[in-house]
Design a protein around this ligand. Structure first.
Ligand SMILES: *Cc1c(COP(=O)(O)O)cnc(C)c1O
Ligand code: SF4
Length: 352
């Protein structure tokens, strides 16, 4: 890949059709056409280059699967986001924070996307009117202390458009924290340019939660993007999605989470995959994640361990899923430690 290509050039060269898929990845299953008609396809050349063979963890995240249109189990809007929208594109579900969708496109369309019902399609409508309505709502709702900017991917906006949104939010005194959710550091790291970073750092306290799912994504380019953001004083977190065949093993996640920590990215959430229509083939049973967490606690740095979270259907909110360590809870506590040994607290005192 020639180094001089800008991020915009790379996006233009993305795979978006079945013919492109055939040409670049040798897919020849015409059922994929029906999938693409419903859920958009985009794989940019950078992310494409991370695919090593059919069915590998990068392929599974990016290449459409006929199973997507045969999913009879899951729901179009599993988190009830449309119903919880105070104004269009502003989901206000928790007391002190709200989620603002500012861009419908992404650098790559993840097959497991929770907002698959609309991301990258004409079903997602974002306009200056909808943004203005959101600012007005936030002005009138001072209990919202933190605004999460998401989409789609907010970092696909132009520097100017993003800078404007950040400035508008900063005019609202009750908005203390701005948190951007972006997968760009993993799917198109060259989007993180000095000019972008310079805009972002004018709006502190600003956090970025990014989204890496597999150690293969921890490339030199990704490391550079994260370093630029961290050097600008932007705390970085990661929201990983637990996916069947991609990262559903303790070994893979240990590599991912310790690797992220080296890039100064703190693993924040490991999500149990949502019940999103078109994604069921990638979803693990809820016991898988809990067992994996048991193999992480105590075995790798606590700094590298995210909270396993399940976003309860119907917009009921995220809840942590934690392995059971407590055996008995009474006057004293009986529990397993990370090695599986039985311990008590307080311990019987032997010397006196
Ligand atoms: C996940 C989410 C948040 C943020 O939750 P945190 O636990 O603070 O990360 C806020 N609003 C909505 C609608 C969400 O889905
Ligand atoms: S980057 Fe995020 S919003 Fe975009 S397709 Fe992937 S999961 Fe969905």
């Amino acid at each position: 890949m020639p180094a001089m290509k800008t991020w915009q050039n790379l996006l233009q060269d993305s795979i978006t059709t079945y013919d492109d898929l055939k040409k670049h990845l040798g897919c020849d299953n015409s059922a994929i056409c029906d999938v693409i008609a419903q859920y958009p396809l985009k794989i940019n050349p950078y992310f494409l280059n991370l695919i090593k063979k059919p069915g590998d963890p990068i392929w599974l995240q990016a290449v459409p699967d006929p199973a997507e249109i045969h999913d009879q189990i899951c729901h179009i809007d599993p988190l009830g986001e449309e119903q919880l929208s105070a104004v269009p594109n502003l989901v206000h579900k928790y007391p002190d924070r709200a989620l603002l969708l500012v861009e419908k496109q992404c650098a790559m369309y993840c097959r497991f996307c929770t907002r698959k019902r609309k991301v990258g399609t004409s079903k997602m409508h974002i306009s200056s009117d909808s943004l203005n309505a959101a600012y007005t709502y936030l002005q009138n709702t001072p209990e919202v202390r933190e605004v999460l900017i998401s989409g789609g991917d907010p970092l696909l906006l132009s520097d100017e458009a993003l800078g404007d949104i950040l400035s508008q939010l900063r005019k609202i005194p009750s908005v203390e924290i701005i948190r951007i959710g972006s997968r760009v550091p993993s799917t198109l790291p060259m989007r993180i340019t000095p000019k972008l970073v310079n805009i972002l750092k004018q709006h502190h306290p600003l956090y970025i939660n990014t989204h890496f799912n597999h150690p293969t994504e921890l490339t030199e380019e990704a490391a550079k993007a994260c370093a630029m953001l961290a050097d600008a004083g932007i705390p970085l977190g990661c929201q990983t999605v637990l996916l069947k065949g991609v990262n559903d093993s303790a070994e893979v996640l240990k590599k991912l989470f310790t690797g992220l920590l080296r890039l100064r990215v703190k693993p924040y959430y490991l999500f149990q995959a949502d019940l999103t229509k078109g994604t069921n083939h990638l979803r693990t049973n809820s016991s898988v994640g809990i067992e994996i967490m048991r193999q992480l606690y105590g075995h790798i740095s606590g700094m590298a361990i995210p909270t396993l979270a399940l976003d309860a259907p119907g917009g009921k909110g995220k809840i942590p899923l934690t392995p059971q360590y407590i055996i008995e809870q009474g006057a004293s506590l009986k529990f397993h430690n990370f090695r599986g040994e039985v311990c008590t607290y307080p311990e019987p005192c032997n010397h006196q």
